[in-house]
Design a protein around this ligand. Structure first.
Ligand code: ADP
Ligand code: MG
Length: 586
């Protein structure tokens, strides 16, 4: 008897297992499959990514459904289109010897009519993303009122993406006497809320690292090239739009630099280190507590007293010298019964340190991949959509609505949604569209050719730094006017004007660069030099020659292009940007 046979799987599935080359069940499969086959139970299964969860619910599901009936009996909800397709394909391979099993994937971005047609042909199992599922229920294109099994896959990720309301709505369309199986890598508060609310005394299984000790912290490491630490950090942040984190650096200098770069790139970040005055530190901490700062970049010494409870992530930008210090860092998250994640950005040569830490904390690290541009775009898009959805309507907009309706007349709902999302998302997605794979192991990935590393400026735009900002009484409009009038430019020649506290950024097309730089050579306003420099230019270096001998604002010294290659072409967070001002302490 093979190990899979021992789990109680029927022959057709065992044949598929053999074809797929699975020899030994994974831990979550070994625990979940017999449980699910034997009884009608609710189940909460906690297991990391890559532990074979799909088969853990897929095999029992296929074995339990009535293949003679064409009624939809099983619903699997999963966070993204990719996962949805992946699960569907897996289930199709599992059921290859059960010809009458029909698995249909439902997800956004593809023809809803075609998906409805497939459902109509009879799908015993539907694999869906919550958004499209809700849509199809609303239009009466799918019927889940008779399902026996509902599976929430990657529940933590779905909730992270803001699908709580959708899931709730979808579940309200399912019968109460069904079995619910929830699979998740972590167990944040939101997941336990779902479990409590929608499940009946679920049995629980936990596999892997969670078993060792009572730790609520998951440890992950990401292997990148030494020069990709910063872009990697940004991607980790972008992939977690609601991140509330402490980012640890080894030195005060790095701490300051990383915080500055993050702020400049549009993140709600702040620095905490010993070179700041007590007053400055108090201000940073108070902004952090109020969550106006989402990424607190800190040295170990300065972070020692941080007693904030709901930190979601600790990010080790660099590993500490002492293993002991790592324990202190990761202990900043996973507090007060919440779960947390400690991420480590490492280079190949540091991997042995990971081993040493594993021994020390008696817990294994997960190897994770820095998310790709496409993955980030998808997450951000969902996040944006759910943010729009959850934004309460401001009664003060009423009086402007007639005019707005006028402008948008003739644009139908679908079109409007597309446009609305594109407004915020376009820049972000074009920024990441040609981004490379940052994972060192992914060297043969087709995207890792280094092409389009920085597409922010890809359409010929040049980014400038100017040493005036809000302190000098400018907002983006008045600064735009000032630069445009001074340099004698046209109405639309300036864009992406981003005013910070004591400095700003703006863009123009490359053909007016010389004009801008000439205009602002030895240019004074009220006795003060107004200094413009090319922040970065597509393919070219800094035009340092034009600016020789000029003073730069303190805090920007030593910041060369290489330090911030990846520009955040993202306006998704722009609504929050104003609050970054509070953390401009340099
Ligand atoms: P998870 O959902 O936990 O992230 P998946 O179900 O996607 O993990 O499985 C990860 C990979 O492992 C898939 O390629 C899957 O085909 C493979 N896999 C699953 N179970 C086994 C097994 N028992 N033996 C070998 N490979 C397996
Ligand atoms: Mg999975």
């Amino acid at each position: 008897m093979t190990k899979f046979e021992a789990l109680g799987l029927q022959q057709s599935l065992l044949d598929a297992v053999a074809d797929m080359g699975f020899e030994t069940p994974s831990e979550v499969q070994e625990k979940a499959i017999p449980l699910l086959l034997e009884d009608e139970i609710d189940l909460v299964a906690l297991a990391q990514t890559g532990t074979g969860k799909t088969a853990a619910f897929g095999f029992p599901l296929i074995q339990k459904i009535d293949t003679a009936s064409r009624t939809t009996q099983g619903l699997i909800l999963s966070p993204t289109r990719e996962l949805c397709l992946q699960i569907t394909n897996e289930l199709k391979s599992y059921s290859k010897y059960e010809k009458s099993v029909n698995v249909v994937a439902i997800y956004g971005g593809a023809s809803i009519t075609e998906q409805a047609r497939q459902i109509k042909r009879g799908a015993q199992i539907v694999v869906a993303t919550p958004g499209r599922m809700k849509d199809m229920i609303g239009r009466g294109l799918v019927n889940i009122s008779k399902i026996d099994y509902c599976i929430l896959d990657e529940a933590d990720e779905m909730l992270n993406m803001g699908f709580y309301e959708d899931i709730k709505d979808i579940l309200s369309n399912t019968p109460s006497e069904k079995s619910t199986w929830l699979f998740s890598a972590t167990m944040p508060k939101e997941v336990s809320v779902i479990a409590k609310k929608f499940m009946h005394s679920p049995q629980e299984i936990t596999v892997g690292t969670k078993n060792s000790g009572a730790s609520t912290v998951q440890h992950e490491y990401y292997v990148v090239g030494g020069r990709d630490r910063y872009p990697a950090l940004k991607r980790l942040a972008d992939a977690h739009p609601d991140i509330f984190s402490v980012v640890f650096c080894r030195t005060k200098r790095d701490t300051q630099k990383v915080a500055e770069n993050l702020i400049e790139d549009g993140y709600n970040a702040g620095a905490l280190h010993g070179d700041l005055s007590q007053n400055q530190r108090d201000l940073v901490m108070s902004s952090f507590r109020k969550k106006q700062i989402q990424m607190l970049v800190a040295t170990d010494v300065a972070a020692r007293g941080i007693d904030v409870d709901d930190i979601t992530h600790v990010i080790n930008y660099q590993l500490p010298d002492e293993i002991e210090t790592y324990t202190h860092r990761s202990g900043r998250t996973g507090r007060a019964g919440k779960s947390g994640i400690s991420m480590v950005i490492v280079t190949r040569s540091e991997l042995r340190k990971i081993k040493a830490i594993e021994r020390k904390i008696n817990q294994e690290f997960l190897t994770k991949k820095i998310p790709s541009g496409a993955e980030i775009c998808e997450i951000q898009l969902y996040h944006l959509a759910s943010k729009i959805k959850n934004t309460p309507v401001d009664s003060e907009v009423e009086e402007y609505l007639p005019a707005i309706y006028d402008v948008l007349q003739g644009v139908d709902r679908d079109e409007l949604i597309k446009k609305m999302v594109s407004v915020e998302f376009g820049r972000f997605s074009s920024y990441y569209s040609k981004s490379k794979d940052l994972n060192t192991s992914g060297a043969n990935d087709s995207r890792s050719d280094g092409r389009g590393r920085d597409s922010y400026n890809s359409n010929g735009a040049v980014r400038y730094f100017i040493n005036v900002g809000e302190k000098d009484g400018y907002d983006w409009m008045s600064l735009k006017d000032f630069i445009r009038d001074t340099a004698g430019l046209g109405r639309d020649d300036l864009f992406k004007v981003d005013v910070k506290d004591s400095f700003s950024f703006f863009n123009t097309e490359a053909d007016v660069t010389d004009r801008i730089l000439e205009t602002f050579t030895d240019f004074k306003v009220k006795g003060r030099f107004v200094n413009v420099e090319v922040s970065k230019s597509p393919g070219g270096g800094q035009r340092g020659g034009k600016n020789k001998g000029r003073r730069r604002d303190k805090g920007f010294q030593g910041k060369k292009r290489g330090d911030r290659k990846e520009k955040r072409g993202n306006a998704v967070h722009s609504g929050k940007r104003r609050s970054t001002r509070r953390s401009d302490f340099f």
